[in-house]
Design a protein around this ligand. Structure first.
Ligand SMILES: [Fe+2]
Ligand SMILES: [Fe+2]
Length: 189
């Protein structure tokens, strides 16, 4: 329903801009900047909307690599699952799809954290306890967001997705690199 209303709003806005552009061209002539402003807005609006859509998605970059292939692969999968969730939000694919996308991301995040902690333990990484604490805090915060989503429904989902996206990308690109460097150093000995 919300999707249809948004679509209707966009079509209406484009219609108003088109009429405004035509009327101002007729009334003010092509030498006046006002009709051109309406025309530019009319043409630019779909591009802006597309850019906003893409902005929510996150792509893997080589600079995210922690230097441990198995972890990089899991991080890649996490980003894919984040994008699934963003798709569910953006295209309003319905309750089941968004619920599944969210569950899958939460489950895989827990699985990855555990796997990562086991690896750190295996290599005797001294920062394990502090890293583990960050993982636990993130899961607790994410669970609070998920609870909010359960109570409020779809409108609370963007908050959950943004939290997970920002937290995971910053964590992968920051804290995870610290254990990555340690493991690489130990493996090269
Ligand atoms: Fe990680
Ligand atoms: Fe981590």
């Amino acid at each position: 329903m919300l999707k249809e209303m948004k679509m209707l709003g966009t079509v209406l806005l484009l219609g108003i801009l088109l009429v405004a552009a035509i009327l101002t061209f007729v009334a003010l002539g092509p030498l006046n900047p006002v009709p051109w402003l309406f025309t530019i807005t009319l043409v630019g609006l779909p591009f802006y909307s597309r850019w906003r859509e893409q902005h929510h998605f996150v792509a893997w970059k080589d600079e995210y690599s922690v230097g441990v292939e198995a972890m990089d692969n899991e991080h890649r999968k996490l980003l894919t699952l984040i994008n699934h969730l963003q798709t569910a939000i953006h295209y309003q694919t319905g309750g089941n799809f968004e619920q599944e996308a969210l569950n899958e991301l939460m489950d895989y995040t827990r699985y990855h954290f555990q796997h990562e902690e086991e690896l750190m333990q295996q290599y005797g990484y001294p920062g394990l306890a502090a890293h583990q604490k960050l993982h636990r805090e993130m899961v607790a915060d994410a669970e609070a967001f998920v609870e909010d989503y359960r109570n409020k429904g779809h409108k609370a989902l963007a908050g959950v997705a943004d939290f997970l996206k920002n937290w995971l990308v910053n964590h992968i690109n920051g804290t995870d690199k610290e254990y990555g460097a340690f493991i690489q150093q130990k493996s090269n000995r």
